[in-house]
Write a protein that binds this ligand. Structure first.
Ligand code: ADP
Length: 404
C-alpha cells in the first residue's frame, strides 16, 4: 500500500512516497522557498534518479503539481497513475483539544485545524494549505491528518492544566498539548517490541533531542506527561528556544527593550537556548567542537541542556512510579555520545549502567544499557515520515472496516 506523506511548511513542502508493507521509500523530495525568491525543487527516487533545480513555485498548489508530475514522469516513473496512491498522510502540528488520533479529513476537521491557528498560526495554516491543494490535485484519494499533539491526549488533567485562572482553559483552551507526538509514538512502539517488560505496566521516558527537544513519560502505552506545552517553547532549553523559564522574565525582557510581544516571541524562540548561551551556534556539532576547544560558554550550554534533561526525567521517574526504559532519539539523541553519557550518569542512582563502547555508535538502533543495568537504555532512530505513513494506513484500515 503506497502512502504519500506530506509535510507542508510555510514556504516548503516535503514529501515521501512510502510502501507501508515493506516500509520502503519509493521517492522523496522537497519544494523549498515556495512563494519567495529562487525556489528550488529536489527529488530522488529509489533507483537513484535525482533532481535538484530551480522551478517556478508561487504557491503550495504549484509545488504539489510539480511533485505529482515528477512522480508520474514517463521518463522516470515512480508510479504509473495516481490510483496507485492509497492515501495521502499530512503532518499537522497542532490538533488542540480536537484530535486524539489521526483522522480521514472532513470539512469539520479542517475547521478544527483552523481553530488551532491561534496557537500555531504558521504551521497549521501551511499544513491545511497542503491538505487543500492535495484534495484538489488528487480528487478521490483519501487525505488523512496526523497530528503532532494527538499522542499526548491521554494525559490526565493534573498534567495538562496550568495554574492560571480556569477561564483561560474553558474559554481559550490554554493547556499543555505537547509535540513531537509522531516521533514519541514511533519510538515507544519500537521500544515495546524490544523490551522484556510487560506492555500493560511498561514505564518509559522517550527523549526526542533534536533542534526542538521534548520528553514524554509513557505508562502502559499511554502518555502521562510531556515537556512541551501549549506551544513547543516549553520544556528543556533547545537549539534556539529558551524552554521553561520564570514567566516573569518574559515580561522583564519586554520592558527592558520596549519590545512588542512578537519581538519577545522572537527572542525566546530564535535567539535563546543553546545558541543564546553559547553565542556559537544552535547546532550541537558546532557547540561540542567549541566546548572541546575550551569555549566556556559552549561548555555551559551543553551542561545546562543535560542538567535540565536530567531534572525533567527525574520528575517523570517520580510521576511514573519508577522507570523501565529510557529511549534516545532525533539528531542529538541518536548521535551525541557526550549528551547521552551525561544524562545517563545523572540517572545512575536508579542503577542505570551503559556500555561506553556501544555509546560511541551513532545513528543506529542500539541497546546502550549493560546486562546488569536496572534500567534499559535504547537508542532508536526516529522516522516521522514512516510513522505518519503507518498511522495513515491504520486510519484507512479502520475506514475499510467501517464500510463492511
Ligand atoms: P530537527 O528535526 O528538530 O530539526 P534533528 O533531529 O535533525 O532536528 O536534530 C538536529 C540536531 O542534531 C542538531 O543540533 C545537530 O547538531 C544534532 N546532530 C546531528 N548529528 C549529530 C552528530 N553526529 N553529533 C552530534 N549532534 C548531532
Amino acid at each position: 500500500m503506497l502512502i504519500l506523506v506530506i509535510n507542508s511548511g510555510s514556504s516548503s513542502l516535503k514529501y515521501q512516497l512510502i510502501d507501508c508493507e515493506d516500509r520502503s521509500v519509493h521517492a522523496k523530495g522537497m519544494c523549498e522557498r515556495i512563494g519567495i525568491d529562487d525556489p528550488i525543487f529536489k527529488h530522488e527516487d529509489a533507483n537513484g534518479y535525482k533532481i535538484k533545480e530551480p522551478r517556478e513555485m508561487k504557491t503550495h498548489g504549484d509545488a504539489v503539481r510539480i511533485m505529482l508530475e515528477t512522480l508520474l514522469d514517463p521518463e522516470h516513473p515512480v508510479i504509473g497513475s495516481l490510483d496507485e496512491i492509497a492515501a495521502v498522510g499530512h503532518r499537522v502540528v497542532h490538533g488542540g483539544p480536537y484530535f486524539s488520533e489521526s483522522v480521514l479529513i472532513t470539512d469539520e476537521h479542517k475547521e478544527a485545524i483552523r481553530m488551532c491557528y491561534e496557537w500555531c498560526p504558521l504551521h497549521n495554516r501551511a499544513n491545511l494549505a497542503g491538505i487543500e491543494v492535495c484534495e484538489e490535485a488528487m480528487p478521490g484519494i483519501p487525505q488523512v491528518g496526523v497530528f503532532d499533539t494527538a499522542f499526548h491526549q491521554t494525559m490526565p488533567p493534573e498534567a495538562y492544566m496550568y495554574g492560571i485562572p480556569y477561564n483561560y482553559y474553558e474559554e481559550n483552551a490554554i493547556r499543555r498539548y505537547g509535540f513531537h507526538g509522531t516521533s514519541h509514538e514511533f519510538v515507544s512502539r519500537r521500544a515495546a517490541e524490544m523490551t522484556k517488560h510487560d506492555p500493560e505496566t511498561y514505564r518509559l521516558i522517550t527523549c526526542h533531542l533534536g533542534n526542538g527537544a521534548s520528553f514524554c513519560a509513557i505508562k502502559g502505552g499511554k502518555v502521562i506527561d510531556t515537556s512541551m506545552g501549549l506551544t513547543p517553547l516549553e520544556g528543556i532549553m533547545m537549539g534556539t528556544r529558551c524552554g521553561s523559564i520564570d514567566p516573569a522574565i518574559v515580561l522583564a525582557i519586554g520592558r527592558l527593550g520596549n519590545f512588542t510581544p512578537d519581538q519577545v516571541d522572537d527572542i525566546l524562540n530564535k535567539e535563546s537556548g543553546v545558541l543564546g548561551i553559547s553565542g556559537v551556534s544552535s547546532d550541537f556539532r558546532d557547540v561540542q567542537d567549541a566546548a572541546e576547544a575550551g569555549n566556556e560558554r559552549a561548555q555551559l550550554a551543553i551542561k545546562m541542556f543535560c542538567y535540565q534533561a536530567v531534572k525533567i526525567m527525574g520528575s517523570y521517574i517520580a510521576a511514573l512510579g519508577g522507570i523501565d526504559t529510557i529511549v534516545f532519539t532525533a539528531g542529538i539523541g541518536e548521535n551525541d555520545d557526550i549528551v547521552r553519557k551525561y544524562i545517563c550518569d545523572g540517572i545512575s542512582y536508579r542503577g542505570l549502567v551503559i556500555d561506553d563502547e556501544l555509546n560511541k555508535i551513532r545513528g543506529k538502533e542500539i541497546v546502550l544499557s549493560t546486562e546488569e543495568s536496572a534500567v534499559e537504555v535504547f537508542v532508536i532512530p526516529t522516522n516521522e515520515e514512516l510513522s505518519i505513513a503507518l498511522q495513515t494506513a491504520e486510519v484507512l484500515e479502520i475506514e475499510k472496516c467501517s464500510h463492511l
